[in-house]
Ligand binder design. Structure first.
Ligand code: 4NP
Length: 160
């Protein structure tokens, strides 16, 4: 794990890396910038699947981000890299239990993996950030709220 002189590296992980994890990356990056902590963190996101590799985030994620003053249009999807990601990142923050099992199966040490909503202080027991891909637009509103609470809780957990 990093000491104080090294940035903490955080990888947000979902299935496709076009809906949930790029939004989480955008929200967390924004919070970190707002608090003047940019040099303390290295932030990235990826998907356990590679179908959308190279693609921009889903337009519905772009829209909900923009409604909240965030621009995530520059992000591009990539697949989890089993050769490098398990060593390279201090924290693997997964959106749901399937992602959790998949990254463990691809060699991430269990002590580096956390469910995104385990950092939501309003939840008694952690649950999944539901996959909004096949649902309606209001799914993205809900996902945005869940991710904002969890990102804020995560920064608190990390001592900021
Ligand atoms: P995400 O959503 O994991 O939040 O990026 C999905 C995006 C694409 C697919 C599934 C989930 N897909 O099957 O292509």
């Amino acid at each position: 794990m990093s000491d104080r002189s090294e940035p903490t590296s955080i990888l947000f992980i979902c299935l496709g890396n076009i809906c949930r994890s790029p939004l989480a990356e955008g929200i967390f990056t924004h919070l970190v910038e707002q608090r003047g902590l940019s040099d303390r963190f290295h932030i990235d996101s990826c998907g356990t699947g590679g179908w959308h590799a190279g693609n921009a985030p889903d337009p519905r994620s772009v829209l909900i981000a923009a409604k909240n003053g965030l621009d995530i249009t520059h992000l591009r999807a990539r697949k989890f890299d089993a050769d490098h990601d398990p060593h390279q990142f201090d924290w693997h923050i997964v959106m749901d239990r399937n992602n959790h099992d998949d990254v463990l199966g691809m060699g991430t040490p269990a002590n580096k993996v956390r469910l995104m909503r385990s950092f939501d202080p309003t939840l008694k027991s952690p649950s999944d950030v539901p996959d909004p891909y096949y649902g309606g637009d209001d799914g993205f509103d809900k996902v945005y709220e869940m991710l904002t609470r969890a990102c804020d809780g995560m920064l608190t957990h990390l001592g900021h």
